[in-house]
Design a protein around this ligand. Structure first.
Ligand code: ATP
Ligand code: MG
Length: 647
C-alpha cells in the first residue's frame, strides 16, 4: 500500500517552538547526555530545593530502581497555580462546558482556582487528611474534580481517581486496593442527558468497605441524595469558612503523587503509581512541545479525568504551562453529532486532542455534522488511546481540520505518565497511522520474541531501553508485580506490551498489543492491519479482529464488524467484505468468520476489549475475566447469542 506523506506546513516549520533541525539536535542530546539535557529541561518547573542528582535508574534485577531528581523538593499545585498569579492571575485557567448546551459555561481564572484549591485543601486537612494518605476521587467532569486533584497535590495526599461511570463494585475494589478512608463524589453525574447516580454508587460501594470515614458530596444536579450522619459532608458547607490560604507542602521529588488504575484492556487493572518531580517535568514538557503550546491559546483535551490523559493533558500539563484548558462534561454525540465542533466554535479552540474511538463514531454519522460548523479557530489536532487507522486519520485531517491542521498521533500509556512517541507539529512530516518519532529521552527498540534486537526497518515487540522522568515507579502495594509485568519478559528493558513496526524513515507504527498478533499458517499478522482494511470499506464503521482455533491453519481470523448507521448487513455484504480484505491485504488475511455486531465490548475509555472477543472467537464463554471496566456488559451477551458457526 502506497504511503501518503504530509510535509510540515511552511508556517509551522517557521513559527513552531521546535522545527526539524531543533528536534534532531535536542533528541541527540537527550540520549547522549541525559544528565545535561534533563538538568536544563527540569528548570521549567519551580523547585523549592534544587536537585543535585538527575537520574538514578536501572532496569536490571540486581540493582533495579527508578529515581529522578531525587533530592529536589517541589509542590505540583504551586507549579500549576501560585507561580502564575502575578502575571496571569486573571487569565482563564479552566473553561468548563456542561453536558447540556443550554446551561451556562463556567470560566475560572487562575486566581479563583487557586483560592478554591486552598479552601478545599484546608477542608481535607480539617478532616485529618495527611501527607501520603490516599484520597479516592469519584467525580464527574466538573471543575471541582480539578480542584480536588490540585488540593491533594497541595497537601501531599495521593489521589486515586476512579472514572465516574464505574460500578459500585469497581469503585469498592479500588478503594480497598489503595486503602483509602476518604471519598470525594457528587450527588449525580450527567452525560449525554443521562443521570449517573454517583452518590448512590458510593453508598453501595461502601457497604463492602468499612475503612471509609469521610465522604464529601458536591451538589451538581441538585438531586436529593441521602447523607449518612457523621460520614457525609456537603462540599459547599464544608468549604465555606475555610481559609483561601494554604501553604503548599514541600514534597520530595520521589514522593507519590497519584495512583491510577489502567484501563483493563488486557486483564485486571494495575494500580499505577506516579511520583512528583519526574512526572511534573514530563507532563509539562510534552504538553508544551507536542501541542506547541503558548500561553493564551485555547486548548481542549476531550479525555475524562478518570484516564491518565485527563490527568496529564486536561489538568497538570496545561496548568503548569499557564494554559486555558477546556473541560467538557458531555459526550461527542449529544445533543447531536456536531457537539465537539460546536464547542470548538464556541470557545475558539485552537488545539483539539481526542480519541480514535470518538472520531470513528462521528465519522460514521457523516460529514454534514462537521461541515455545518466553522472550526476556523483550529490549528492542531491530536489523537490518543489506540492506533488511529489511516481511514480515520484522513477523515480527521480532511474533514475536521480542512487539510490545514497537523495531527499529532501520540502513543503512550498510563505507565509512561505522558506522551512517548509522537510527531511535533513544526518538525515532523506526517504519515497517517504512524506515531512517528520518539519524544526527547525516549529510547525505543524493537525485539523479536527471543529478545533479539531488530535493527533498521522491521517488526517486533516495542521495548524502551532507558528510563524517562514520567515513568511509573511501582504497582501500588505490589512492587514485585511491577518488576514482573514490565521488566522480566525482556531482561533489562521496559516492555510496553505493544507490537510495533519501524519503517525506512525510522518512523514507528504501533501495530496493536502483542497479545493481538495472530499466526495464520505460520504468518504472523497484527490484527490492527486487518481491522484497518475492514474499516476502509465504505459500509464499515468499526471492526475488531481476533484469532480463533483453526484445524488446518493453526489460527483462523474472526472479525467482528459494525456497519455504518444506514447499512443493513446481509450475506452479500459478508461475502463482499471477505473479498475486500483479500484484495486489500492478500488471501492470507481472508477472514474465516465475520460476525456483524451492533456494538463491540469496550472499556469505559473506548478501547475494544479483544480478550473478551477472543473468548467468543474460541467459543468459550466460561471465563471472560475481569469485566469491571466494560462500558456496556449487555454488548457481550448479544455477541454470544448471535455468534455464527464457522462454515
Ligand atoms: P491494561 O494495561 O489494563 O490492559 P490499557 O493498556 O488499555 O489497559 P492504557 O494505559 O489506558 O491502558 O492504554 C495504553 C495503551 O493504549 C498502549 O499500550 C497502546 O496499546 C494503546 N495506545 C495508546 N495510544 C496509542 C496510539 N497513539 N497509537 C497506538 N496505540 C495506542
Ligand atoms: Mg496497558
Amino acid at each position: 500500500m502506497a504511503e501518503t506523506v504530509y510535509p510540515v506546513p511552511a508556517e509551522w516549520a517557521q513559527n513552531a517552538l521546535i522545527d526539524d533541525a531543533r528536534y534532531q539536535e535536542m533528541y541527540r542530546r537527550s540520549v547522549e547526555d541525559p544528565e545535561g539535557f534533563w538538568r536544563e529541561e527540569a528548570q521549567r518547573i519551580d523547585w523549592i530545593r534544587p536537585f543535585s542528582a538527575v537520574k538514578q535508574t536501572s532496569f536490571h534485577e540486581a540493582d533495579f530502581g527508578i529515581s529522578w531528581f531525587t533530592d529536589g523538593t517541589l509542590n505540583l499545585s504551586a507549579n500549576c497555580l501560585d507561580r502564575h498569579l502575578a502575571e496571569r492571575g486573571d487569565a482563564i485557567a479552566i473553561l468548563w462546558e456542561p453536558d447540556d448546551p443550554n446551561k451556562p459555561e463556567r470560566r475560572i481564572t487562575y486566581r479563583e482556582l487557586y483560592e478554591q484549591v486552598c479552601q478545599f485543601a484546608n477542608l481535607l486537612k480539617s478532616r485529618g487528611v495527611k501527607r501520603g494518605e490516599r484520597v479516592t476521587i469519584y467525580l464527574p467532569m466538573v471543575p471541582e474534580a480539578a480542584v480536588a486533584m490540585l488540593a491533594c497535590a497541595r497537601i501531599g495526599a495521593i489521589h486515586s481517581i476512579v472514572f465516574a461511570g464505574f460500578s459500585p463494585d469497581a469503585l469498592a475494589g479500588r478503594i480497598i486496593d489503595c486503602d483509602s478512608r476518604i471519598v470525594l463524589t457528587s450527588d449525580e453525574g450527567l452525560r449525554g442527558g443521562k443521570k449517573v447516580p454517583l452518590k448512590a454508587n458510593v453508598d453501595a460501594a461502601l457497604s463492602h468497605c468499612t475503612s471509609v470515614d469521610t465522604v464529601i458530596v458536591l451538589k451538581h444536579t441538585g438531586a436529593d441524595v441521602p447523607m449518612t450522619e457523621g460520614r457525609d459532608i456537603d462540599w459547599a458547607t464544608g468549604v465555606s469558612g475555610q481559609s483561601s490560604d494554604c501553604p503548599p507542602e514541600e514534597m520530595n521529588a520521589e514522593d507519590p503523587l497519584f495512583i491510577l488504575y489502567t484501563s483493563g484492556s488486557t486483564g485486571k487493572p494495575k494500580g499505577v503509581l506516579h511520583t512528583t518531580g519526574g512526572y511534573s517535568v514530563w507532563a509539562s514538557m510534552t504538553h508544551e512541545y507536542v501541542f506547541d503550546y503558548r500561553p493564551g491559546q485555547i486548548y481542549w483535551c476531550a479525555a475524562d479525568i478518570g484516564w491518565v490523559t485527563g490527568h496529564s493533558y486536561v489538568v497538570y500539563g496545561p496548568l503548569m504551562n499557564g494554559a486555558t484548558t477546556v473541560m467538557f462534561e458531555g459526550v461527542p454525540n449529544y445533543p447531536d453529532a456536531s457537539r465537539f465542533w460546536q464547542v470548538v466554535d464556541k470557545f475558539d479552540v485552537e488545539i483539539f486532542y481526542g480519541a480514535p474511538t470518538a472520531l470513528r463514531a462521528l465519522m460514521r454519522e457523516g460529514d454534514e455534522w462537521v461541515k455545518k460548523t466553522s472550526r476556523k479557530s483550529l490549528r492542531l489536532l491530536g489523537s490518543v488511546g489506540e492506533p488511529i487507522n489511516p481511514e480515520a486519520w484522513e477523515w480527521y485531517h480532511r474533514v475536521v481540520g480542512e487539510d490545514r491542521c497537523p495531527i499529532v498521533d501520540t502513543w503512550w500509556q498510563t505507565e509512561t505518565g505522558g506522551i512517548m512517541i509522537s510527531p511535533l507539529p513544526g518538525a515532523t512530516a506526517l504519515k497517517p497511522g504512524s506515531a512517528t518519532r520518539p519524544m526527547f529521552g525516549v529510547k525505543p527498540m524493537l525485539v523479536d520474541n527471543e529478545g533479539i534486537e531488530i535493527t533498521g526497518a522491521g517488526d517486533g515487540c516495542l521495548v524502551l531501553t532507558d528510563s524517562w522522568p514520567g515513568q511509573m515507579r511501582t504497582v501500588w502495594g505490589d512492587h514485585e508485580r511491577f518488576f514482573q509485568t514490565y521488566f522480566s519478559t525482556f531482561k533489562g528493558y521496559y516492555f510496553t506490551g505493544d507490537g510495533c513496526r519501524r519503517d525506512e524513515d525510522g518512523y514507528y507504527w504501533i501495530t496493536g498489543r502483542i497479545d493481538d498478533v495472530i499466526n495464520v499458517s505460520g504468518h504472523r499478522m497484527g490484527t490492527a492491519e486487518i481491522e484497518s482494511a475492514l474499516v476502509a470499506h465504505a459500509k464499515v464503521a468499526e471492526a475488531a479482529v481476533v484469532g480463533m482455533p483453526h484445524e488446518i491453519k493453526g489460527q483462523g481470523i474472526y472479525a467482528f464488524v459494525t456497519c455504518n448507521s444506514e447499512v443493513e448487513p446481509d450475506e452479500a455484504l459478508r461475502k463482499e467484505l471477505v473479498q475486500w480484505v483479500r484484495q486489500e491485504i492478500g488471501p492470507i488475511a481472508t477472514p474465516d468468520v465475520i460476525q456483524f455486531a451492533p456494538g463491540l465490548p469496550k472499556t469505559r475509555s473506548g478501547k475494544i476489549m479483544r480478550r473478551i472477543l477472543r473468548k467468543i472467537g474460541e467459543n468459550d464463554f466460561s471465563n471472560l475475566g475481569d469485566t469491571s471496566t466494560l462500558a456496556d456488559p449487555s454488548v457481550v451477551d448479544n455477541l454470544i447469542a448471535n455468534r455464527p458457526q464457522p462454515a
